[in-house]
Design a protein around this ligand. Structure first.
Ligand SMILES: *Cc1c(COP(=O)(O)O)cnc(C)c1O
Length: 227
C-alpha cells in the first residue's frame, strides 16, 4: 500500500470514530509520526495533504527540517533533555512531551528569545502505566499552572501514552481518565489551555478519538512497520 492510500484509510477510520462519538471529524487532527522515515516518505504524505509530522529525536528532526525546508509543521513527541530545548523551540510548533518544570522553563526561555510562542502539551503518566516518561497525575496541576504563566509557552492540553495492549479497548479507561483530568484542570486555567488531548497511536487511535482525542499520533498505519 502507498503512503497516500494508507493515509486515506487512517483518515476514514478517524472520521468514523469521531462520528460514532457524536464529534465533528474536523475537531481531530492527525499527527503523522515520521520517526525513522526518510524525507521522501514525508513528501509522499505531504502530496496527499498531510502537513503535521511528529518526530521523537532532536537530531533527526533537525536533519529532516533541513532536508525538507518550509512546509512541514513539526510536532515534537519524544523524550527531551533541557539542553536540546533551543533546537526544538526553533523547529517545532508544538511539543507534546513536556513532563517537568525544568524542561518547560528551558523551552519558554528559548521560545521567548526566538520571539515565538511554542505550543505545549503536558505528558501525563496515568495509573497502570509502565512508562517512565510523563508527569504524575498529582503533579500535573502545578506543572500546568507553571506553563500557563511562562512567557513564550502556550499551554494547549494534555498528552498520554498508555502501555501497549493487544486489545485497544484496554486503553479506553486511560484515555477517559486523561479527558477527565483535563476537564478538572481547565477550571483553574486560562480559556483554551485544555482544548487539546493528544492520545491514540496506530493500535488504538479509534478508541482514543471516541474518548475525546483531538490529536492522534499515528506512525505505523501510515508509513508501515519501522525497521
Ligand atoms: C512512535 C510513537 C507514536 C506512533 O506509534 P505507531 O504505533 O507507529 O503509530 C506515537 N506517539 C509516540 C510518543 C511515539 O513515540
Amino acid at each position: 500500500m502507498s503512503v497516500a492510500a494508507n493515509l486515506a484509510w487512517v483518515r476514514q477510520r478517524m472520521d468514523a470514530a469521531a462520528r460514532r462519538a457524536g464529534r465533528d471529524p474536523a475537531s481531530v487532527r492527525l499527527v503523522a509520526v515520521s520517526k525513522t522515515r526518510p524525507p521522501d516518505d514525508l513528501r509522499q504524505a505531504m502530496a496527499a495533504g498531510q502537513m503535521i509530522f511528529g518526530e521523537n529525536y532532536v537530531q533527526e528532526l533537525q536533519a529532516k527540517a533541513a532536508a525538507m525546508g518550509a512546509g512541514p509543521r513539526w510536532h515534537f513527541i519524544g523524550a527531551l533533555q533541557s539542553n536540546k530545548a533551543r533546537l526544538v523551540a526553533q523547529l517545532a510548533e508544538v511539543v507534546h512531551s513536556v513532563d517537568r518544570p525544568k524542561l518547560a522553563a528551558a523551552l519558554g526561555r528559548q521560545a521567548q528569545e526566538l520571539g515565538k510562542e511554542l505550543g505545549v502539551l503536558v505528558q501525563v503518566s496515568l495509573a497502570g502505566e509502565t512508562q517512565k516518561a510523563g508527569c504524575a497525575a498529582a503533579e500535573t496541576p502545578a506543572l500546568c499552572q507553571m506553563i500557563a504563566a511562562t512567557p513564550g509557552l502556550r499551554l494547549l492540553g494534555l498528552m498520554t501514552m498508555p502501555p501497549f495492549f493487544d486489545e485497544p479497548e484496554r486503553a479506553r479507561p486511560i484515555f477517559a481518565e486523561l479527558r477527565r483530568l483535563a476537564r478538572r484542570l481547565a477550571a483553574d486555567l486560562p480559556p483554551g489551555a485544555m482544548n487539546e488531548l493528544s492520545m491514540g497511536m496506530s493500535g488504538d487511535f479509534e478508541v482514543a478519538i471516541e474518548e475525546g482525542a483531538t490529536l492522534a499520533r499515528v506512525g505505523t498505519d501510515i508509513f508501515g512497520r519501522r525497521g
